[in-house]
Design a protein around this ligand. Sequence first.
Ligand code: ADP
Ligand code: MG
Length: 207
Amino acid sequence: MPRGWFLCLDGVDGAGKSTQCRLLAEWLRGQGRDVVPCHDPGGTELGKQLREILLHHRGVMALTTEALLFMASRAQLVAEVICPALDAGKIVLADRFLLANVVYQGHAGGLDPAALWQVGAFGIDGVEPDLTLILDLPPEVSLARRKPSADRLESRGDAYFANVRAGFLAEAARRPDRLRVIDATPAVDIVQERIRQEVMKSIQAQG
Ligand code: ADP
Ligand code: MG
């Protein structure tokens, strides 16, 4: 059975994930590879409904509920999209994955990061990205890049975003085999070039 390759781009809001995912998918397709892009949360009908609740719910939402809604959306994405694509030998390119849960609800939110990895592992059934590239940006630069109409999750304070950044960097230091930090401050094409280099290295290392 061929097994595809699973790549994830993550990082603070406004870091350039959507931009870079699109360019990377184009480049990989240009090399004749079959690419399945997806967005976490979202990416399935059920996931889109859960994402709506996560971004726009007006009432009270406990942080554990928030974390578990992300997990539920991801479980559906893995079952419906990611597993079938990997089984068919394709490259899955995810805009965020479990790491974001660990960082946002854990490092920045106050839940236990280790517990989030554990609950998250149940949700993804062993399907982990082979490589996650963390697009890193100082808060003031990401703030300038973000749209003014922040949703429920984006409208949190400055200290929260500083903790998000620190959380990403702490996780990257803990798992250098699978997590790499990319400086996202340079121009789009320079960041893209660095991403491509990391991707090539990782695909080649896998054989
Ligand atoms: P994310 O998906 O991580 O939130 P986006 O790709 O949507 O980030 O980018 C956020 C905004 O910043 C967009 O307007 C995008 O055009 C711009 N942008 C992305 N990368 C760069 C970059 N390297 N330099 C300057 N602006 C950028
Ligand atoms: Mg985006």
